[in-house]
Write a protein that binds this ligand. Structure first.
Ligand code: PLP
Length: 415
């Protein structure tokens, strides 16, 4: 759905609650309707044929009633309209998962003969794997942000970055990177920041990708992905989605639209707790290093002395689980779980050390969270010798995030 240009700008908090719902009062409704139809009746197959031809030719959303759920769904379209408004993009196209969304972006470029991708590590583990394995016929060149311009070739279809990155929370200057891309579209994965903290399209990214499974849904009960972009690229994505079938289920579209309404409130509250916990972790004797973005946010990564597995085994209130962005706090060990699929050397050289833990801070009381963390950090090993404090190197992973001193002075995340 395209955004309407005529309405005056409204704040993000207002858009989060109202975008994608403008026609409800006129329809005599308050909650958005959930349309689970897979197909739709039409007594005029000549007109239907013409509409299908138009979609095949352009990829523009169908005018009039939907035809088939793999083509379009009105509930999902509301979520797409709302996300586009929040990200400040012309359009948005939703998919079954974040990985389905990335797949569609890559296939849309491969279909144009542009099979080369330039990417900056670290990325989410499966994104790294998809590019490294070349499953979709792409070829990747991994570079530092400074190396982007030199790595671009005539057949480069995309430059891909994450900022803050999963799991190290390294931040990239998206404006500088977008400039280095020239005519090649920059795809920025904005899953960690969300449009509440960062709108990559305003910084020059042509494609903004989300694992909607995380903060957009926000409750750990819906899998989805979405791409905010200009209408030209959205049309290509809709054609790929129709042909390959990675559609978002309408119930997921419903839940994601509902999640967006509280996104600004959830992000602000969780970010304030995350900043506080980052500061306390930085002062903890069993923590070697804390990574917390300058941008703020609800993710904290930290490196421990000794066994990270002991911390995972020791939490009681915090849930030891992969994924992030839920109302409850989750912690996981990237080298074992979220980034397991990445080759160990590539993982380590991109800053994902074996002692790194990644925590997604939720909406619990911050003192309760701290008690749980402090206890888990201090818990004696369950097996073998007590060697938690035997030490190791401090701060061996490369830059990004904030170091101890900065993390100890939270203050930006309350906005
Ligand atoms: C989880 C995640 C993905 C993949 O999303 P799914 O919804 O699990 O397919 C992509 N990028 C980032 C940054 C993620 O955290």
């Amino acid at each position: 759905m395209e955004t309407t240009a005529a309405t005056p700008p409204r704040s993000l908090a207002t858009e989060a609650v109202h975008a994608g719902r403008e026609d409800l009062a006129e329809l005599g409704l308050h909650a958005p309707p959930l349309d689970l139809s897979t197909t739709y009746p039409s007594y005029d197959s000549r007109a239907e044929a013409a509409r299908l031809d138009a979609f095949a030719a352009t990829g523009a959303r169908l005018e009039g009633p939907p035809v088939y759920a793999r083509l379009d769904n009105p509930t999902t379209a509301r979520f797409e309209a709302a996300l586009a408004r929040l990200e400040g993009t012309q359009s948005a196209v939703a998919f079954a998962s974040g990985m389905a969304a990335l797949t569609a972006c890559l296939l849309a470029r491969v279909a144009q003969g542009l099979r080369h991708v330039v990417a900056v590590r670290p990325l989410y583990g499966c994104s790294d794997h998809l590019l490294t394995a070349g499953l979709l016929g792409t070829e990747v060149t991994w570079v530092d942000p400074d190396g982007i311009a030199d790595a671009i070739r005539p057949d480069t279809g995309l430059v891909m970055v994450e900022s803050p990155a999963n799991p190290t929370l390294v931040e990239i200057d998206l404006r500088a990177v977008a400039a280095a891309c020239g005519d090649v579209p920059l795809l920025a994965d904005n899953t960690f920041a969300t449009p509440v903290l960062q709108r990559p399209a305003e910084l020059g990214a042509r494609i903004v990708l989300h694992s909607a499974t995380k903060y957009l849904g926000g409750h750990g009960d819906v899998l989805g992905g979405v791409v905010g972009c200009d209408e030209e690229f959205a049309r290509q994505l809709r054609q790929v989605r129709f042909a390959t079938g990675g559609v978002l289920h309408p119930l997921a579209g419903y839940l994601l639209l509902r999640g967006l309404a509280t996104l600004p409130v959830r992000m602000r509250a969780a970010s304030a707790s995350a900043a506080e916990l980052a500061g306390r972790l930085a002062a903890h004797p069993r923590v070697a290093r804390v990574h917390y973005p300058k941008l703020g946010g609800a993710m904290v990564a930290f490196e421990v002395y000794g066994e990270p597995h002991e911390v995972i085994a020791g939490v009681r209130l915090i849930t030891p689980a992969v994924s992030l962005g839920s109302v409850d706090t989750l912690i996981q060990h990237p080298a074992s779980i979220s980034h397991r699929i990445v080759d160990a050397d590539d993982r380590r050289s991109s800053g994902v050390g074996d002692r790194l833990l990644r925590m997604s801070v939720g909406l619990e009381d911050v003192e309760d969270l701290w008690r749980d963390l402090d206890r888990a950090l201090g818990a004696p090993p369950r097996t073998g010798a007590r060697r938690v404090l035997s030490g190791g190197t401090v701060g061996t992973s490369p830059g990004g995030g904030e170091d101890l001193a900065r993390a100890a002075a939270p203050g930006r995340a309350g906005r």
